[in-house]
Design a protein around this ligand. Sequence first.
Ligand SMILES: C[S@@+](CC[C@H](N)C(=O)[O-])C[C@H]1O[C@@H](n2cnc3c(N)ncnc32)[C@H](O)[C@@H]1O
Length: 274
Amino acid sequence: MTHDHDDSGQAEILDLDAEVLAEHIASITAGLPLTSAPRQIVDLGCGTGAGTFALLDRFPDAHVTAVDAAAGHLRILREKACARGLQDRVHPVQADLDDADWPDLGTPDLVWASASMHHLARPERALGNVHALLTPGGLFAVVELDGFPRFLPADAPETSPGLEERAHAATDHFHAEHVPHRGADWGPLLTAAGFTVEEKRTITVAIEGTRNEAIARYAHSSLQRIRSVAAPALSPRDLAALDELLDPNSPQSILHRTDLTVRTERTVWAARRP
Ligand SMILES: C[S@@+](CC[C@H](N)C(=O)[O-])C[C@H]1O[C@@H](n2cnc3c(N)ncnc32)[C@H](O)[C@@H]1O
């Protein structure tokens, strides 16, 4: 529904998210209730490959079919695969997962979907497709987040304390309209599609960002993206403070702050096809 084809702003955020949260993504792949190491994996809504490469690292004998609607994301993923010498283990496929019929994605024993299911207009139908795709006994891992991470202390910035929360709140209306499945409880939906939900686990992430350049860039890119939706609903004072944070040349720029923390949550549902 809201997939952006060739969205370079999103690609940058996805890459920074993968870099900053690498350890947490690795712990999610390590904790999956698998009965044996998967050989054929499908990564649905793979973006620029955060999950794809974490899965290839974790399961050295596996191949990953990486599916996304955005050609630009797939191009970046393909370039990364080549740079890492993994091109023979990755098969990128461009497809719209909201289509009723999916291209041939093989018969995976693990399907992974991270921060992608909530983008779909018809997630129930997609869940049915995943169920049909998976080999019996195979696992579907749905990883979702409540919203964008937070970075600033509550009393920042000095001219407009609490700005970050207000900026996020100003995007609620947009998300309710355009991404209504964000924050959904996927357990009942997975059960209704015929899966047995074996685990639901929430991982709380809090990474200190002192002198971490990737975290500062991640915070900057995220706030930049939020600004585009939030701006009309913000007060002039908040908007001016936000623009100072986003201005790389301002002494108030978020890029120069040393008090950032990445605060987010990831919830994992591990669902088996009986
Ligand atoms: C928030 S990103 C997550 C990317 C990646 N899974 C990760 O964890 O970094 C959501 C991804 O879903 C893709 N997407 C959204 N709607 C889609 C659809 N209908 N069909 C295929 N991909 C879609 C977007 O292009 C984007 O790459």
